[in-house]
Design a protein around this ligand. Structure first.
Ligand code: OFO
Length: 170
Protein backbone atom coordinates (compact mmCIF):
# COMPACT_ATOMS: atom_id res chain seq x y z
CA UNK A 1 0.00 0.00 0.00
CA UNK A 2 1.26 3.51 -0.88
CA UNK A 3 2.53 5.68 1.99
CA UNK A 4 0.01 8.42 1.26
CA UNK A 5 -2.79 5.86 1.65
CA UNK A 6 -1.31 4.59 4.89
CA UNK A 7 -1.41 8.09 6.33
CA UNK A 8 -5.15 8.30 5.77
CA UNK A 9 -5.81 5.22 7.83
CA UNK A 10 -6.22 5.63 11.57
CA UNK A 11 -5.41 2.00 12.26
CA UNK A 12 -2.39 -0.11 11.45
CA UNK A 13 -2.59 -1.64 7.97
CA UNK A 14 -1.59 -5.15 9.09
CA UNK A 15 -4.18 -4.98 11.83
CA UNK A 16 -6.73 -3.89 9.25
CA UNK A 17 -5.94 -6.97 7.17
CA UNK A 18 -6.46 -9.18 10.19
CA UNK A 19 -9.71 -7.41 10.98
CA UNK A 20 -10.90 -8.06 7.44
CA UNK A 21 -10.10 -11.74 7.93
CA UNK A 22 -12.07 -11.57 11.15
CA UNK A 23 -15.04 -10.16 9.23
CA UNK A 24 -14.99 -13.36 7.15
CA UNK A 25 -14.81 -15.51 10.25
CA UNK A 26 -17.76 -13.75 11.87
CA UNK A 27 -19.77 -14.08 8.65
CA UNK A 28 -18.88 -17.75 8.52
CA UNK A 29 -19.99 -18.19 12.14
CA UNK A 30 -23.30 -16.48 11.32
CA UNK A 31 -23.88 -18.87 8.43
CA UNK A 32 -22.88 -21.95 10.45
CA UNK A 33 -25.33 -21.00 13.22
CA UNK A 34 -28.07 -20.45 10.67
CA UNK A 35 -27.51 -23.98 9.34
CA UNK A 36 -27.64 -25.27 12.91
CA UNK A 37 -30.91 -23.39 13.48
CA UNK A 38 -32.34 -25.06 10.41
CA UNK A 39 -31.28 -28.53 11.61
CA UNK A 40 -32.88 -27.89 15.02
CA UNK A 41 -36.07 -26.57 13.43
CA UNK A 42 -36.27 -29.61 11.20
CA UNK A 43 -35.82 -31.93 14.19
CA UNK A 44 -38.52 -30.27 16.31
CA UNK A 45 -36.07 -28.70 18.77
CA UNK A 46 -37.81 -25.36 18.92
CA UNK A 47 -35.84 -23.62 21.65
CA UNK A 48 -32.51 -24.72 20.22
CA UNK A 49 -33.59 -23.43 16.82
CA UNK A 50 -34.50 -20.08 18.37
CA UNK A 51 -31.16 -20.05 20.19
CA UNK A 52 -29.21 -20.49 16.96
CA UNK A 53 -31.28 -17.97 15.00
CA UNK A 54 -30.38 -15.41 17.67
CA UNK A 55 -26.77 -16.54 17.78
CA UNK A 56 -26.53 -16.19 14.02
CA UNK A 57 -27.95 -12.65 14.17
CA UNK A 58 -25.41 -11.80 16.89
CA UNK A 59 -22.53 -13.00 14.74
CA UNK A 60 -23.72 -10.76 11.94
CA UNK A 61 -23.71 -7.86 14.40
CA UNK A 62 -20.13 -8.74 15.36
CA UNK A 63 -19.21 -8.75 11.70
CA UNK A 64 -20.79 -5.32 11.17
CA UNK A 65 -19.13 -3.91 14.27
CA UNK A 66 -15.71 -4.71 12.79
CA UNK A 67 -16.84 -3.65 9.31
CA UNK A 68 -17.88 -0.22 10.57
CA UNK A 69 -14.78 0.16 12.72
CA UNK A 70 -12.51 -0.31 9.70
CA UNK A 71 -14.47 2.08 7.50
CA UNK A 72 -14.93 4.66 10.26
CA UNK A 73 -11.15 4.79 10.62
CA UNK A 74 -10.41 5.40 6.99
CA UNK A 75 -9.73 1.78 6.03
CA UNK A 76 -11.58 -0.43 3.60
CA UNK A 77 -13.78 -3.23 4.88
CA UNK A 78 -14.44 -6.10 2.48
CA UNK A 79 -17.75 -7.88 2.20
CA UNK A 80 -16.96 -11.54 2.80
CA UNK A 81 -17.71 -14.61 0.75
CA UNK A 82 -19.12 -17.47 2.75
CA UNK A 83 -18.81 -21.09 1.76
CA UNK A 84 -18.32 -24.60 3.13
CA UNK A 85 -21.32 -24.57 5.42
CA UNK A 86 -22.12 -27.98 6.87
CA UNK A 87 -25.81 -28.88 7.15
CA UNK A 88 -25.37 -32.49 8.27
CA UNK A 89 -25.31 -33.22 11.98
CA UNK A 90 -25.93 -36.41 13.92
CA UNK A 91 -27.22 -34.94 17.15
CA UNK A 92 -27.92 -31.80 19.14
CA UNK A 93 -24.91 -32.58 21.31
CA UNK A 94 -22.69 -32.67 18.25
CA UNK A 95 -24.06 -29.28 17.23
CA UNK A 96 -23.22 -27.70 20.57
CA UNK A 97 -19.78 -29.32 20.61
CA UNK A 98 -19.12 -27.95 17.14
CA UNK A 99 -20.37 -24.54 18.24
CA UNK A 100 -18.05 -24.48 21.27
CA UNK A 101 -15.15 -25.52 19.11
CA UNK A 102 -15.95 -22.72 16.68
CA UNK A 103 -16.07 -20.18 19.51
CA UNK A 104 -12.70 -21.38 20.82
CA UNK A 105 -11.20 -20.81 17.36
CA UNK A 106 -12.75 -17.34 17.21
CA UNK A 107 -11.31 -16.52 20.65
CA UNK A 108 -7.85 -17.55 19.43
CA UNK A 109 -8.28 -15.41 16.36
CA UNK A 110 -9.32 -12.33 18.39
CA UNK A 111 -6.43 -12.87 20.80
CA UNK A 112 -4.07 -13.10 17.88
CA UNK A 113 -5.22 -9.70 16.58
CA UNK A 114 -4.85 -8.18 20.06
CA UNK A 115 -1.29 -9.51 20.18
CA UNK A 116 -0.58 -7.89 16.80
CA UNK A 117 -2.10 -4.60 17.98
CA UNK A 118 0.31 -4.53 20.91
CA UNK A 119 3.25 -5.38 18.72
CA UNK A 120 2.61 -2.48 16.34
CA UNK A 121 1.31 -0.20 19.09
CA UNK A 122 -2.16 0.15 17.58
CA UNK A 123 -3.81 0.78 20.93
CA UNK A 124 -6.99 2.18 19.40
CA UNK A 125 -7.71 -1.15 17.71
CA UNK A 126 -6.69 -3.02 20.82
CA UNK A 127 -9.14 -0.97 22.83
CA UNK A 128 -11.89 -1.69 20.27
CA UNK A 129 -11.16 -5.43 20.48
CA UNK A 130 -11.56 -5.60 24.25
CA UNK A 131 -15.33 -5.83 23.75
CA UNK A 132 -14.74 -8.97 21.67
CA UNK A 133 -12.40 -10.46 24.26
CA UNK A 134 -15.17 -10.15 26.86
CA UNK A 135 -17.86 -11.37 24.46
CA UNK A 136 -15.86 -14.50 23.62
CA UNK A 137 -15.51 -15.39 27.30
CA UNK A 138 -19.26 -15.10 27.71
CA UNK A 139 -20.02 -17.11 24.58
CA UNK A 140 -17.65 -19.93 25.45
CA UNK A 141 -19.17 -20.11 28.93
CA UNK A 142 -22.65 -20.18 27.51
CA UNK A 143 -21.85 -23.18 25.30
CA UNK A 144 -19.99 -24.97 28.10
CA UNK A 145 -23.00 -24.60 30.40
CA UNK A 146 -25.28 -26.09 27.76
CA UNK A 147 -22.90 -29.01 27.12
CA UNK A 148 -22.86 -29.76 30.85
CA UNK A 149 -26.57 -30.53 30.58
CA UNK A 150 -25.82 -33.37 28.16
CA UNK A 151 -23.28 -34.77 30.64
CA UNK A 152 -25.81 -34.59 33.43
CA UNK A 153 -28.94 -35.75 31.67
CA UNK A 154 -27.78 -37.89 28.79
CA UNK A 155 -28.98 -37.82 25.22
CA UNK A 156 -32.03 -40.07 25.01
CA UNK A 157 -35.40 -38.79 23.74
CA UNK A 158 -36.80 -37.49 27.03
CA UNK A 159 -33.48 -35.95 28.10
CA UNK A 160 -33.20 -34.24 24.74
CA UNK A 161 -36.68 -32.75 25.03
CA UNK A 162 -35.87 -31.61 28.56
CA UNK A 163 -32.57 -30.04 27.49
CA UNK A 164 -34.25 -28.29 24.57
CA UNK A 165 -36.82 -26.80 26.95
CA UNK A 166 -34.04 -25.34 29.08
CA UNK A 167 -32.05 -23.81 26.25
CA UNK A 168 -32.32 -20.06 26.19
CA UNK A 169 -30.13 -17.46 24.57
CA UNK A 170 -28.54 -15.07 27.09
FE1 OFO B 1 -18.57 -13.42 17.05
O1 OFO B 1 -18.67 -13.98 18.71
FE2 OFO B 1 -18.36 -15.67 19.01
O2 OFO B 1 -18.10 -16.24 17.38
Amino acid sequence: MKDIVRQKIGINVDVMDLLNEQISKEAHSAAVYLAMASWCDHNGLTNSAEFFYKQSAEEREHMLKIFNFINDNGGTAYSPEVNNINHEYNSLQEIFETALDQEIQITKSINNIVTRCRKVQDYGSENFLQWFVQEQMEEENQFRRILEMFDLMGTDGIALKFIDERIKHD
